[in-house]
Design a protein around this ligand. Structure first.
Ligand code: ZN
Length: 165
């Protein structure tokens, strides 16, 4: 029986939702960035200040990286570009591919945290501007037991993209 709510292990094709407000266009991306990603229409439409929300991009393959880099480096009508809510998959690419961001500023990203008291694992949203330029790792309380959670990766690796911000 077909059900719209079931998501199997099949790749989820990339899609996006554009929200236009005066002075700011926001694009929410959902799915996987691979060789099927086609940014031609989107590139044509974007102008002015643009913010990409990247929380729901869960996978990017090497062909997708190439498509993405070509996309962000050629946005002739975009005057200001920022990335927010970067998923761990996006953070990995920001750390490995120096031009993955194009000219974008990184506003916020998700980071892995673990509670050593109860084992709870969560991705927490970290606001870059709130970090004051230093690589200070914010602390979060566990949603299950309230204990202070630990950053669950190597900070110098996971946060290396911040050095370029
Ligand atoms: Zn806990």
């Amino acid at each position: 029986m077909p059900s719209a709510d079931v998501r199997g292990p099949e790749p989820v094709a990339l899609s996006w939702r554009i929200k236009e407000r005066p002075g700011m266009t926001t694009v929410e991306f959902v799915g996987e960035i691979d060789e099927n990603a086609d940014f031609v229409e989107l590139r044509r439409r974007l102008r002015g200040a643009v913010a990409f929300q990247l929380a729901e991009v869960r996978r990017i393959n090497s062909c997708g990286v190439r498509e993405w880099v070509n996309f962000v480096r050629d946005l002739p009508h975009v005057t200001d570009l920022s990335f927010s809510h970067c998923s761990p998959a996006i953070v990995t690419q920001l750390n490995m591919i120096y031009n993955f961001r194009g000219n974008a500023r990184i506003r916020s990203f998700y980071a892995p945290y673990v509670c050593e008291k109860c084992g709870q694992e969560e991705e927490k949203l970290v606001d870059v501007s709130a970090q004051g330029g230093g690589q200070v790792i914010p602390s979060f309380a566990c949603s299950q037991c309230g204990a202070t959670m630990e950053f669950d990766d190597l900070p110098e690796r996971y946060l290396s993209f911040l050095a370029e911000s």
